[in-house]
Design a binder for this molecule. Structure first.
Ligand code: UGY
Ligand code: MN
Length: 211
């Protein structure tokens, strides 16, 4: 065991940037005060309950958004893999976000002028929401037309496929399971390679003045 008393080579299957693995019969705690939470199920399933007494089963590819300070629990009987985003909510006067539950396949394909990838957004684009989660699909050989530069940050998890990500002047071969953080203003570009579809999940801060 290492100094953290984990088994030898433990980091290989539990790397720093891996999604959270919920053990069987586990139950979540709450985020800190004023922190919103987004949960997306990658493997297994979880049950979301809140004060209303209504429970929702979240299978693979489904997700939930919990506004800040909304009490809830996530439970799972068997092991589950979830990706979770939490951030301090930025209040906008007279706008109130609501709990959202959905699944990727029920979200409509959106227009992507000048681009070929398929785009779905998991949250409403309206002002109460200070971030969104995009699901982006590329067929092998497809790539971003625009070399993007923008103030928004991204957290990315490659859900399927493989390709090459350009960040500034660095080029990274990536495959399903890899995660990327893109700082504000980092030039970014992706090309899908291999023989299978690339799909990534992308966090993006929106609807607030970044200054
Ligand atoms: O919406 C976006 O900013 C997205 N197209 N960026 C990206 O895929 N790196
Ligand atoms: Mn971008």
């Amino acid at each position: 065991t290492d100094s953290n008393s984990q088994p030898l080579y433990w980091k290989v299957t539990n790397p720093t940037l891996s999604p959270t693995h919920l053990q069987e019969n586990s139950k979540s705690g709450l985020p800190p005060k004023d922190v919103e939470r987004f949960v997306f199920v990658i493997q297994g399933s979880a049950v979301l309950s809140n004060n209303s007494g209504i429970s929702h089963k979240l299978p693979v590819d489904s997700y939930a958004y919990l506004p800040a300070n909304v009490e809830h629990t996530l439970k799972c009987d068997k092991t589950a893999t979830l990706i979770i985003f939490e951030r301090r909510y930025v209040i906008l006067e007279d706008h109130y976000p609501e709990q959202i539950i959905g699944s990727t396949d029920k979200q409509p394909l959106l227009e992507t002028p000048g681009e070929v990838f398929e785009l779905r957004k998991l949250l409403p684009t309206s002002a109460p929401y200070d971030f969104n989660i995009h699901i982006m699909d590329f067929q092998p050989g497809e790539y971003l037309n625009v070399k993007e530069v923008h103030y928004n940050q991204h957290g990315l998890l490659l859900l399927e496929g493989q390709g090459i990500y350009r960040l500034g002047d660095s080029w990274y071969p990536i495959q399903a399971g890899d995660a990327i953080w893109m700082a504000p203003f980092v030039p970014q570009w992706y090309a899908a390679l291999g023989k299978t579809r690339s799909r990534y999940l992308l966090y993006k801060d929106v609807n607030r003045n970044p200054l």
